[in-house]
Ligand binder design. Structure first.
Ligand code: ADP
Length: 223
């Protein structure tokens, strides 16, 4: 299974990405984690991106594309599956990633969109996490900037994946376990077909209305 995640900060990309990767036994390639690891180790790459990260700006496309190209080559050797979390972040990255995937015969089967429109709730989630993890970009002004950047340059790629027929959208503003269950159920249902049905013959799937369709008397508190 080859999945990429598109989601605003705070929607649960990291958590859901790790769960999907474990479930399918594929590597979880998280660009933010890879970059933070470089910063923590003080590598030349880490020193060159540290300020971008703490200001909530995107690092240059070539940097992440090189990193992900190398991670894809490793993933190919490990069987060819992956969960890519944090990339693409803009249309240029989306197109470049498609080329990398085509060369390695591992373009994404599914672009999973974690829909989360309630900004104030996302900010509360990230500030709660900041108290635990102390990420340099989890301060309120930087979080607001990351959200604005998401809407401006990242969210438009959702339509591109929809037009390719590989988009699956879920409502991520529900408790983590429910979101995870819905994602894994959808991906499991698709698993036997993803490599058989060519992209042009596929249709995107929108599961975001499913909660509402069954009534939203959700007893679980939404964090
Ligand atoms: P979040 O989605 O919560 O902002 P991430 O861990 O995915 O968290 O990303 C953290 C930061 O890492 C981003 O704000 C950006 O500086 C950098 N980054 C991660 N992925 C990319 C990417 N594909 N292109 C450019 N910058 C990236």
């Amino acid at each position: 299974m080859r999945v990429l995640l598109v989601a605003p900060p705070g929607a649960g990309k990291g958590t859901q990405g790790a769960l999907i990767a474990t479930h399918f036994g594929v590597p979880h390639i998280a660009t933010g984690d890879l970059l933070r690891d470089h910063v923590a180790r003080g590598t030349a790459l880490g020193r060159s991106v540290r300020d971008h990260l703490s200001r909530g700006e995107l690092v240059p496309d070539e940097v992440v594309l090189d990193m992900v190209g190398a991670a894809f080559t490793e993933a190919k050797a490990a069987g060819g599956g992956y969960v890519l979390d944090g990339m693409p972040r803009n249309m240029a990255q989306a197109r470049a990633l498609y080329e990398i995937g085509r060369n390695l015969q591992m373009t994404a089967n599914v672009a999973l969109h974690l829909q989360a429109d309630d900004e104030e709730q996302l900010i509360r989630r990230l500030l709660a996490r900041a108290a635990l993890e102390g990420r340099s970009d989890d301060t309120e002004p930087v979080i607001r900037h990351r959200l604005a950047l998401y809407h401006e340059v990242t969210h438009p790629i959702v339509d591109w994946y929809a037009s390719r027929g590989i988009l699956v959208s879920v409502d991520a503003m529900r408790p983590v376990e429910r979101v995870a269950r819905q994602i894994l159920t959808a991906l499991e249902a698709m698993r036997p077909l993803v490599d058989l049905v060519p992209e042009h013959a596929r249709r995107s799937i929108d599961l975001t209305g499913l909660g509402a369709a069954f009534g939203r008397n959700d007893p679980d508190p939404v964090v």
